[in-house]
Structure formats: structure tokens, C-alpha cells
Design a protein around this ligand. Structure first.
Ligand code: KIV
Length: 288
């Protein structure tokens, strides 16, 4: 049994300069393996809409999907903090809607915290959730739920104005009570500056090495995709090649009759087979 990572653990890690390792997970076996490998935070990201469901964006993902996947991950993980994305439009209509959906993710899914996208405009929502006992991780920079408003999955904070906005958003979210902030696709110097200015940890993805922690999307990290690989990703393994190689070998062995072999086959012993053959003798489908 691992010592449980809590929101407080992450704050202490920032204070002591210990880096935070976060990864997305969407199911039981992955959560089990990542948890045993020592991940500090598992994120049930709405990226599942793209890497698991096969959509082009995260927009089609619903609260039901997030609850379903969180439930599997929370059964598989023992130790990491479990954070789940509030998906597109599940926290905008009213504070009540945001509270209800966060409650579902924690009560039905088993998450310890929620993540939501957006800057200072989300500060009121964050503080209401936090006041109600829901730990909130914020997410700024490239916010994939706004992909259509942003005009694509592009680097953010490149101009003085947008860099200033990202810094101000981070400060507003910290003041509202967020316990950590994901910085996605922002220049490394800006991410390092935001990290220095905050007392809560920053978790970077495509934001350089100056953040307090890093997060990767599981399927990208493990090379379990045949599609587009973001520039910020480092493939730590090549599962796509392994799976395809194994699948081709399987097709070959099934079609040429070399699988199953003796090792995968169970046979009756000779006496039992003789008795069965005797009993079946004379029946239309008898085995000779
Ligand atoms: O949905 C997700 O996986 C995320 C990470 C990319 C941070 O939000």
C-alpha cells in the first residue's frame, strides 16, 4: 500500500522542490500499472474523447463518460491523487450545474478532485466549488475545450498581451482557491515565470521544464496511437508497433494453423477419451 497523495502533498512537494509526475489514465489496468509505478496524480482527462473514443476534439465528451472512466480508474489506483476533468459545458450554465456535475464525478466516479479549463472568468466557479469541499485543479494556456473559439490547438501566450493574460489568470485562479494549475502549450519562459509567482504547483504539458510537474496523455506517451503526435510529447515506448507486430503474427499463425499449439491445448486422457468414444458410438455426430 502506497502512502496516499493528497492536495496537501502536492503543495508540500512544490515547497520542497520535488517534481510532480502526472499522467492521464482511462481504465482499471492502466491505473493499476501507473499507480504501482509511482505516479503522483492520475488525470481522467477529457482527452479520452480523442485518444479512446476517436473524436477530433474533446467537445463531445459528457459527464456520464467521465464518471464511467473515473470509476474504473479509481478502482485500479491506490496512492495517486485522482483528478477528473469537468467536460465541455458541464460547469458554465450556472454554479448549481457545476456543483452537481462535480458531485457526480466525486460521488459516482470516486475522484478526489476535478479539473476545469479557463482563466479569471472561472474564478467564481472555482471558489464556490472549493468552498463546498471540491478541490479544483485549473487549466490555462491552450484549453482544448475552446478549440473552436481558439481556431485550433495552437501555442498560447506568444504576445505580450496574451502572456500577461495567462499570468493574471493564474494569479486569479490561485486566489480563488485552485490547488494546482495545468499550463498547456505556453512558451517555457512564461511557464517558468508563472511557476515562480505562484505558491500552488504548476503542471506543464508543452510548457517546458520550469513547471513544478509534468503531465502527458497516456496514449501519446506509450505510443499507442496511429495518429497525430503532438510536438511536446516524448514517446517512452512504441506500443502501436508492438500491437501491430503481434496482431500480424496472430493472423499468420491462425491462418496457417500453427496456433493453438500443444501448450495452449487441453486434451482428455486416453481412458476418458476411449470411454467417451464408446458411449458416443452409433450416435449420428459421434466422434468416430
Ligand atoms: O484532457 C487531458 O488529458 C488534459 C491534459 C492534456 C492536461 O487536460
Amino acid at each position: 500500500m502506497r502512502k496516499k497523495v493528497t492536495v496537501r502533498t502536492l503543495l508540500n512537494m512544490k515547497k520542497s522542490g520535488e517534481r510532480i509526475a502526472m499522467m492521464t489514465a482511462y481504465d482499471f489496468p492502466t491505473a493499476n500499472l501507473l499507480s504501482d509505478a509511482g505516479l503522483h496524480v492520475l488525470l481522467i482527462g477529457d482527452s479520452l474523447g480523442m485518444v479512446v473514443q476517436g473524436h477530433d476534439t474533446t467537445v463531445p465528451v459528457t459527464v456520464d463518460h467521465m464518471v464511467y472512466h473515473t470509476n474504473m480508474v479509481s478502482r485500479g489506483a491506490d496512492g495517486p491523487l485522482i483528478v477528473t476533468d469537468l467536460p465541455f459545458m458541464s460547469y458554465h450554465a450556472s454554479l448549481e450545474v457545476a456543483m452537481r456535475n462535480a458531485a457526480r464525478i466525486m460521488q459516482e466516479g470516486g475522484a478526489h478532485a476535478v479539473k476545469l479549463e479557463g482563466g479569471r472568468e472561472m474564478a467564481t466557479t472555482v471558489s464556490h466549488l472549493v468552498d463546498a469541499g471540491v478541490p479544483v485543479m485549473a487549466h490555462i494556456g491552450l484549453t482544448p475545450q475552446s478549440v473552436h473559439a481558439l481556431g485550433g490547438f495552437a501555442l498560447q501566450g506568444k504576445t505580450l498581451e496574451s502572456a500577461q493574460r495567462i499570468l493574471d489568470d493564474a494569479l486569479a485562479l490561485e486566489a480563488a482557491g485552485a490547488f494546482a494549475i495545468v499550463l498547456e502549450a505556453v512558451p517555457a519562459q512564461l511557464a517558468a515565470l508563472v511557476t515562480q509567482r505562484l505558491t500552488i504547483p504548476t503542471i506543464g504539458i508543452g510548457a517546458g521544464p520550469g513547471c513544478d510537474g509534468q503531465v502527458l496523455v497516456f496514449h501519446d506517451f506509450i505510443g499507442y496511437t496511429s495518429g497525430y503526435i503532438p510536438k511536446h510529447n516524448k514517446r517512452f515506448a512504441d506500443l502501436a508497433d508492438m500491437i501491430q507486430g503481434a496482431a500480424k503474427a496472430y493472423v499468420e499463425e491462425v491462418t496457417n494453423g500453427t496456433f493453438p499449439e500443444d501448450a495452449q491445448t487441453v486434451r482428455l486422457d486416453a481412458d476418458a477419451w476411449d470411454a467417451l468414444s464408446l458411449q458416443l458410438k452409433g450416435e449420428p455426430d459421434a466422434a468416430n
